[in-house]
Design a protein around this ligand. Structure first.
Ligand SMILES: Nc1ncnc2c1ncn2[C@@H]1O[C@H](COP(=O)(O)OP(=O)(O)OP(=O)(O)O)[C@@H](O)[C@H]1O
Length: 249
């Protein structure tokens, strides 16, 4: 699996938002997309998952232009955990997860097993019959990841998967995403977290990708000050690590 974004520009209501973006995600890589509010991260991600069309450039998954693939085929290749959308609100957790099987033919028994396994994996076993709207922010995020899991794609797009989560749930979601072992492109806000979890990251500023590479090379104090307008100082600080569950190996 490989995602290639080449020279992609996007305009919204006639206003250019993303300018000639280039990025790639290789098989099994976890890549972060960071940058200040309003720089165009979500717009670029939405273009990759076909909610928007580029005004120029090409986005390909495994060499095929995603905007030319039949919808069903692109849904078999790419799963998305976007920020919460009202579409899911009236459904139970089970129904939301089952939506992940839409691109495939129905096989009730196998789908049931897949959904149960996915819910178990995200720690939501037993919550099947709950109404999605009544879940906490972290539980909703997990349900959406379970839906992405049953979609069985090799590319996962995450738009601020940790927003609104407390520090423990942030770590759990990021660990979970990493452990899936599928190619992942995640819009993240916390630079320390991005640095800790990703193999590579891209930095966006005013609609352009201004840097890309391993976090240790990219996140220099100079770049952070240029892009975010703050001084970055390396200090010893509290580092949060997930506590292992007794049941985990
Ligand atoms: N429908 C729209 N029409 C015109 N401009 C829009 C539209 N939607 C978003 N924008 C603008 O596009 C720019 C980029 O927005 P986008 O949501 O992609 O940024 P972002 O980097 O994801 O921001 P954040 O970190 O705040 O989520 C912003 O200036 C936003 O106001």
């Amino acid at each position: 699996m490989r995602l290639d974004v080449a020279g992609v520009s996007v305009s919204l209501d006639g206003r250019p938002i993303v300018h000639e973006a280039d990025l790639r995600v290789d098989d099994r890589e976890f890549v972060a997309l960071v940058g200040p509010n309003g720089c165009g991260k979500s717009t670029l991600l939405r273009t990759i998952y076909r909610a928007l069309r580029p005004s120029a450039g090409l986005i390909s998954v495994d060499g095929d232009d995603v905007h030319r693939l039949p919808w069903r085929e692109s849904a078999r290749r790419t799963a998305v955990v976007a920020q919460e959308t009202p579409a899911e609100l009236d459904f139970t957790v089970w129904e939301v997860v089952l939506m992940g099987r839409t691109p495939y033919g129905r096989d009730a028994a196998a789908d049931e097993e897949r959904c149960a396994r996915a819910l178990d994996r995200v720690g939501l076993a037993g919550a099947e019959d709950r109404v999605y709207a009544t879940l906490s922010g972290g539980e909703k995020q997990r349900a959406l990841i379970a839906r992405a899991l049953v979609q069985e794609t090799r590319l996962l797009l995450l738009d601020e998967p940790t927003s609104n989560l407390d520090v423990r749930h942030q770590l759990e979601i990021l660990h979970l995403a990493r452990e899936l072992g599928v190619a992942t492109l995640a819009v993240l806000h916390d630079l320390n977290q991005a640095a800790a979890f990703c193999d590579r990251l891209y930095v966006m500023s005013s609609g352009r990708i201004v840097a890309g590479g391993p976090p240790g090379e990219v996140l220099t104090p100079e770049l952070i000050s240029q892009v975010y307008g703050v001084r970055a100082v390396r200090r010893t600080q509290l580092v949060f690590e997930r506590l292992k569950d007794e049941s985990e190996p």
